[in-house]
Design a protein around this ligand. Structure first.
Ligand code: AMP
Ligand code: MG
Length: 484
């Protein structure tokens, strides 16, 4: 692997140099061979699990890599912390993949840094496996996300409410720029750093703005709002609840990051919350668009620091852009929902039909994934229609009429629905069971089997049916925990 380190080029205010703390007995636990191929990791290295374990535990630092912990701040549950930063992660550097795209390679769980604030800098195996499974599942579902290349078991215990097996997860991301990175410098009124950060963000994520000289701040906000809207629309398409949409977990690239308390919605209910610490439902499924808007307002506030106080025009542009978020989101959300229901284009009156259909989901307590799968199948399979007719009542007929009114072959409509409606998602009870099995057995077999199915979520392979069932208790008592 050939590393470059453009982030360190931003200057010392952006990071601390920090070395991973070596671990006793690293063993490769999970490995994404396809991603490794994409990242051009040498074949002989890929076939040497011991060498991989040394490298992806942080024990062996490859030439060219300059490990750092990145500084950032963030609003957590609405409250601002001026100093967070990588308290248990080390950015090894960036690598270029087969198509010339740059990726950050970061190890998480590699020991304390100057940002640890008393934390041990470590990660337990369970959460590492969870990040690997969830990020790989999201990627296969077509949702923008950071990836996981490896999980390495450290052979050392980490102490939580009890001693647990420790692990290091390797995160691959377009970058680790967050809204919280901008907040770090805005809070310090450090305009020079903010400007450098703005230009770095444009350079790395929005190359079509690279040559633009005027209005860069406004244009960046516009792009970041767009990436956030697309991200949350995609989350809502598959029923993903992030669970901790703090500004330090909001990437500028629009990739999903931080899989601590995330979960999947089973029964359709906008108020679904599983995170044990989210007592007010701030990050409930249906609240995610509003929170993304709130986070974009915080981002815009950072950018305002760059605007001359007499430049009312730019200030007004930034404000208008933030205020435009809900409308922009709504348009994209309706398009997505239309596609889930097989509408090739939207008419004005579709709004009412889509709302009525979704209302039936809530009233009848229907499972989001299973029902959309059945609707997709119903286009050429009569045996599922009677169940759907019972659940949707008159709206089933109205929907079918709307489908048939489209000037397109039914096969094409079904294809659109299939592209938008997975046959399988990483259901909470399966994720938990698989993690538990990994912890108890110390081997990754259960996760590997699960991932085989999750890697093709729009296709039924023989094993898919083992993972499609609803949880026995409807996830009524399911809880997720932040971290750790
Ligand atoms: P997270 O909940 O993973 O988003 O982390 C929030 C903040 O707490 C970040 O600054 C993390 O680096 C830090 N943090 C979380 N867990 C630990 C840990 N075990 N040791 C040190 N820092 C941690
Ligand atoms: Mg985080």
């Amino acid at each position: 692997m050939v590393f470059s380190n453009t982030y360190t080029g931003l200057g010392e205010r952006f990071y601390e140099k920090s070395q991973p703390t070596p671990v006793q007995k690293p063993q490769l636990f999970l490995w994404d061979a396809q991603l490794a191929e994409q990242l051009k990791i040498a074949t002989d290295l890929q076939q040497d699990p011991d060498a991989l374990a040394q490298i992806f535990s942080g024990n062996r630092i490859l030439p060219g890599s300059e490990p750092i912990a990145i500084a950032y701040a963030g609003h957590q549950f609405g409250y601002f912390s001026a100093q967070l930063g990588d308290g248990r992660a080390h950015l090894l550097g960036e690598v270029i993949d087969r198509v010339g795209k740059t990726w950050d390679v970061q190890l998480k769980g590699t020991g304390p840094t100057s940002f640890s604030r008393g934390g041990d800098g470590r990660l337990a195996l369970g959460p590492a496996v969870r990040e690997f499974i969830m990020s790989e599942a999201m990627h296969a579902l077509g949702v923008p996300t950071t990836r996981s290349l490896a999980v390495v078991a450290t052979g050392e215990p980490v102490y939580r409410d009890r001693p647990m097996a420790g692990a290091v997860v390797t995160r691959i991301a377009s970058s680790h720029l967050r809204v919280g990175t901008f907040e770090f410098f805005a809070a310090r009124d450090d305009r020079a750093s903010l400007k450098a950060l703005r230009d770095y963000a444009i350079e790395h994520h929005f190359p079509d703005l690279k040559e633009v000289k005027e209005n860069r701040t406004v244009l960046l906000l516009d792009k970041v709002i767009e990436t956030q809207i697309q991200l949350v629309v995609q989350w809502m398409r598959v029923g993903f609840i992030h669970g901790v949409m703090n500004t330090d977990n909001t990437t500028i690239s629009g990739e999903t990051i931080d899989f601590g308390p995330c979960a999947m919605m089973g029964v359709y209910d906008q108020d679904t919350v599983y995170s044990s610490i989210d007592r007010t439902g701030r990050y409930a499924f249906g609240n995610q668009p509003q929170i993304a808007h709130w986070n974009m307002a915080r981002f815009a506030e950072c950018l305002l620091v760059l605007v001359d106080s007499e430049d009312t025009q730019t200030t007004e542009q930034l404000t208008a852009m933030v205020n435009g978020c809900p409308g922009r989101f709504e348009r994209e959300y309706c398009k997505m929902m239309g596609r889930k229901f097989g509408l090739l284009g939207l008419r004005e009156e579709d709004d009412e039909l889509l709302n009525s259909l979704l209302e039936q989901f809530s009233l009848q307590g229907m499972d989001y994934t299973i029902t959309f799968d059945l609707l997709t199948k119903s286009l050429n399979l009569d045996s599922v229609t009677s169940e759907l007719k019972t659940e949707f009542g008159q709206y089933f007929g109205l929907w079918r009429k709307r489908i048939n009114d489209q000037d397109a072959p039914i096969g094409e409509i079904q294809k659109l629905m299939r592209q938008n409606n997975p046959v399988v998602i990483p259901r909470n009870h399966h994720v938990e069971r698989v993690i538990q099995e990994c912890e108890e057995t110390g081997v990754a077999t259960a996760a590997e089997k699960f991932l085989q199915v999750l890697n093709c979520p729009y296709e039924e392979i023989p094993q898919t049916c083992q993972y499609q069932d609803k949880p026995g208790d409807g996830d009524q008592h399911y809880q997720t925990f932040c971290g750790t």
